[in-house]
Design a binder for this molecule. Structure first.
Ligand SMILES: *[C@@H]1O[C@H](CO)[C@@H](O)[C@H](O)[C@H]1NC(C)=O
Ligand SMILES: *[C@@H]1O[C@H](CO)[C@@H](O)[C@H](O)[C@H]1NC(C)=O
Ligand SMILES: *[C@@H]1O[C@H](CO)[C@@H](O)[C@H](O)[C@H]1NC(C)=O
Ligand SMILES: *[C@@H]1O[C@H](CO)[C@@H](O)[C@H](O)[C@H]1NC(C)=O
Ligand SMILES: *[C@@H]1O[C@H](CO)[C@@H](O)[C@H](O)[C@H]1NC(C)=O
Ligand SMILES: *[C@@H]1O[C@H](CO)[C@@H](O)[C@H](O)[C@H]1NC(C)=O
Ligand SMILES: *[C@@H]1O[C@H](CO)[C@@H](O)[C@H](O)[C@H]1NC(C)=O
Ligand SMILES: *[C@@H]1O[C@H](CO)[C@@H](O)[C@H](O)[C@H]1NC(C)=O
Length: 454
């Protein structure tokens, strides 16, 4: 049978073929190995003699490359995407939080952040690099602990801008369990080193995060500085979701009140509507303060259970401001730094804003910053009034020049408009508080929780 014959023949043939093939493979392998040996000996000395530990370390150390902190290639869009600050690295996004860079981390391949950044006037002359902990660049100083690094397009002395730069760090601290404050802060504006932040801002940072040490690099020898751990924020609040901003502002408010011993139970038990007129002295003050005070005082007096208070913002300490705003339901004040204090009011409190002549036309988006802050912190911005009296700019003056000549002028008033506006805002607040107190009674006495960290 043919099938049987075939079956008998095959087993005899296969071993012969196998022997021939394996012999050929062995021959090839030997030939290849010898070739490899000669290659190793003559043209690949590094692989045959593995480098000493020190040699590899030295190579890594020499490979550390410093790049300009401010990348001028992106000067047309300095705040978008990876920004012009540390432009070689992309941000890390966590849900609802602001985008950041973290060193060492998986995305930094476990390398540390190093800076050579003492320049205060030229961000492109400052530089940064990444290095493995055992191969830091030559002459580097390793700074232990956690470092907060901030770059902002604006500054740390303007309260509104400074607060925007601070907020993501408060969020970060909360996400890390509110435990370890940073050993130091390194502040930049356009990659230029900054060594100061406004006193009010520093108070907020110290109350919410811990002691603030701003690194000036003055006590450190020349040469690069590397950080054991660093977190970098370069978009201010950036991609932070509204829900997260509210959590962060809730914590700032709560800790500031705790720090200043504000008795909120007593304040909340009081059902009156409290209006505060916060007055500026000098720039953007009311031209006729007495008249403005009288208008709001009278409007409040018309209402049952309304308390009116006028205060000068310039001589209040941090805790004076926290205390005053903690017991304010309606804040009326001119556009300006003192307005950032609205964050100490209870959520859903109201804000009324006033501008000098020229603002609406010339301030651009800058006129909306306190509307945004109200939104972030959970307040109700009840509109603004813009002085339209006085001379307007004419075509011969440049726009900026014109704005500068108007932005700090005194503010006039419109008695009829002011009283109608105040009446509406006060009535609404009264109704809101009545609603809230009814809701509170129905849910039974709500304990005032300690400042939440999450
Ligand atoms: C390798 O280098 C590291 C860091 O410089 C050092 O701690 C370690 O002892 C070295 N190992 C050897 C085997 O030399
Ligand atoms: C950063 O993101 C851009 C765009 O998504 C990408 O092209 C680039 O390779 C990224 N760079 C790094 C260093 O990851
Ligand atoms: C992010 O915000 C949404 C609501 O906007 C919420 O449902 C979600 O739980 C938040 N995620 C985190 C991680 O907090
Ligand atoms: C300020 O307003 C009050 C009340 O309207 C008025 O009596 C007073 O003359 C005004 N003062 C000035 C300096 O215009
Ligand atoms: C602020 O000034 C007002 C009047 O000028 C004064 O009555 C008040 O005591 C001052 N407050 C502080 C904290 O200095
Ligand atoms: C603020 O007011 C809104 C609408 O009345 C309400 O839903 C919300 O619970 C209030 N928020 C707080 C914190 O009271
Ligand atoms: C325009 O403004 C400039 C600068 O304020 C002033 O010198 C000039 O007289 C003004 N011209 C007119 C027509 O008002
Ligand atoms: C108070 O509650 C009523 C009824 O629920 C509601 O219609 C009204 O809008 C609330 N007012 C305010 C100011 O929250």
């Amino acid at each position: 049978m043919t099938i049987a014959q075939e079956n008998l023949v095959k087993p005899q043939k296969t071993p012969k073929i196998l022997v021939i093939i394996s012999g050929f493979i062995i021959f090839l392998l030997v030939f290849w190995f010898q070739g490899l040996q000669s290659l190793r000996q003559f043209s690949w000395p590094l692989a045959s003699n593995p480098p000493a530990n020190q040699t590899l370390t030295a190579m890594l150390r020499d490979a550390v490359t410093f790049l300009p902190l401010k990348d001028l290639r992106y000067s047309d869009k300095p705040t978008t995407g990876h920004t012009w600050f540390m432009s070689s690295v992309n941000d890390t996004f966590d849900p609802n939080d602001s985008e950041y860079l973290h060193f060492p981390s998986y995305s930094s391949h476990n390398r540390l952040l190093c800076l050579l950044s003492r320049h205060r006037y030229d961000g492109a002359a400052n530089s940064y690099a990444f290095a493995w902990p055992n191969a830091l660049p030559h002459g580097a100083t390793l700074l232990p602990g956690l470092t907060y690094v901030s770059d902002t397009y604006y500054d740390y002395t303007n309260l509104w801008h400074g607060l925007s730069a601070l907020v993501p760090f408060v969020g970060w601290h909360m996400r890390k369990g509110c435990a370890v404050p940073p050993a130091r802060w390194v502040l930049f504006h356009w990659g230029e080193l900054r060594t100061e932040m406004a006193t009010w801002l520093r108070s907020i940072a110290e109350v919410t995060i811990g002691k603030v040490n701003i690194e000036t690099f003055e006590t450190i020898d020349v040469g690069p500085v590397c950080f054991e751990e660093a977190v970098v924020f370069r978009h201010n609040q950036g991609a932070m979701a509204k829900i997260r901003l509210r959590e962060v502002f809730d914590r700032i408010r709560c800790l500031a009140r705790e720090f200043c011993n504000v008795d909120m139970e007593k304040i909340k038990a009081n059902e009156e509507v409290r209006m505060t007129l916060l007055l500026r002295t000098g720039t953007r003050s009311f031209r006729n303060e007495t008249a403005v005070v009288r208008i709001f005082e009278e409007e409040c007096a018309k209402m049952e259970n309304c308390r009116f208070l006028a205060a000068k913002s310039n001589n209040l300490t941090f805790c004076d401001q926290v205390r005053l705003l903690s017991k304010t339901d309606v804040l009326a004040t001119a556009h300006g730094a003192q307005m950032t204090n609205m964050i100490f009011m209870e959520r859903n409190s109201s804000v009324m804003e006033f501008y000098p002549v020229g603002w609406k036309e010339m301030a651009g988006p800058g006129q909306y910053v306190f509307r945004w802050l109200a939104n972030w912190a959970g307040m109700r911005h009840q509109g603004s009034w813009s002085d339209d009296g006085g001379p307007a700019c004419n075509g011969t003056t440049a726009r900026l020049e014109c704005f500068n000549s108007f932005k700090d002028r005194q503010i006039g008033h419109d008695a009829v408009y002011f009283s109608q506006w105040a009446s509406k805002v006060l009535q609404e607040m009264k109704e809101y508080k009545r609603n809230a107190s009814l809701a509170l009674h129905s849910v039974s006495a709500q304990a005032i929780s300690r400042c939440k960290c999450y």
